[in-house]
Design a protein around this ligand. Structure first.
Ligand code: PGA
Length: 251
């Protein structure tokens, strides 16, 4: 059943991108139709570019998302952005709980869950990131850490339509290191088991993305792994040629 899940290739631009990079996004849109048979495409630029990119993406085969949101709808939270503001600008999905936010801003699983619910309140899909650090991996705690993050960061009402899990080993992000296909298969299989036992059919159909140093050269191997339903791509999503090549690598 999970084999029928349509892959999603999501680009996370992180804190990169000025108006001048719009040309790179245009190139992605131009190539999007060619990869539409393989995967859905989502680009999550910095919040400052969402509105402009969403305008360009209208009617095209790529969607625009956001990288984070505040759990509340409005209020005295200087510098924060509500999910409703992001969807108002054109975001159709919101990444929450990225390890860089968990580390840089001390975000807890409980906060990540509230942010996922905020994305739903605004009417869009939440992409919830989980992943172990190098130290946790070395200590043999990977599965235990992932189980805890999934239990606490995923709201009870999660469905295949409103929630996507992104497994991103922290040690693989931006390092050029990736787990072996065998490791990815084991971990994604473990995540699938937990999702299915908690969310039943919805859990069986939920997308589980792999993230961490996905590049054109390793995409085909990683995307072919059972229970890998796409990728969350950082560095390689900044270049249209690389991003589209990754999508082409989907089985
Ligand atoms: P990377 O980042 O592809 O640059 O490793 C992935 C991510 O953090 O989402």
């Amino acid at each position: 059943m999970t084999d029928a899940i349509r892959p999603l290739i999501a680009g996370n631009w992180k804190m990169n991108g000025l108006k001048a990079q719009a040309a790179e996004f245009d190139a992605m849109l131009n190539g999007a139709a060619d990869v539409a048979g393989k995967a859905d495409l989502l680009v999550c630029p910095p919040a400052t570019l969402i509105a402009a990119f969403a305008e360009k993406a209208r009617g095209k085969k790529a969607a625009v998302g956001a990288q984070d949101c505040h759990p509340k709808v409005s209020g005295a939270h200087t510098g924060d952005i509500a999910a409703e503001m992001l969807t108002d600008a054109g975001a159709t999905a919101i990444i929450v709980g990225h390890s860089e936010r968990r580390a840089d801003h001390g975000e807890s699983d409980i906060l990540v869950k509230q942010k996922a619910e905020a994305a739903w309140r605004a009417g869009v899909t939440a992409i919830v990131c989980i992943g172990e650090t190098q130290a946790q991996r070395d200590a043999g705690q990977t599965l235990e850490i992932l189980r805890g993050q999934l239990n606490l960061s995923l709201p009870d009402a999660s469905t295949a339509a409103n929630l996507i899990v992104a497994y991103e080993p922290v040690w693989a992000i931006g390092t050029g290191l990736t787990p072996t296909a065998k490791d990815v298969e084991q971990i994604h299989g473990f995540i699938r088991e937990l999702l299915t036992s908690r969310f039943k059919d919805e859990g069986a159909r939920m997308r589980i993305l792999y993230g961490g140093s996905v590049k054109p050269s390793n995409a085909a191997e990683l995307m072919a792994v059972k229970n890998v339903n796409g990728a969350l791509v950082g560095g390689a999503s900044l270049k249209a040629a690389d991003f589209l090549a990754i999508a082409k690598g989907c089985p």
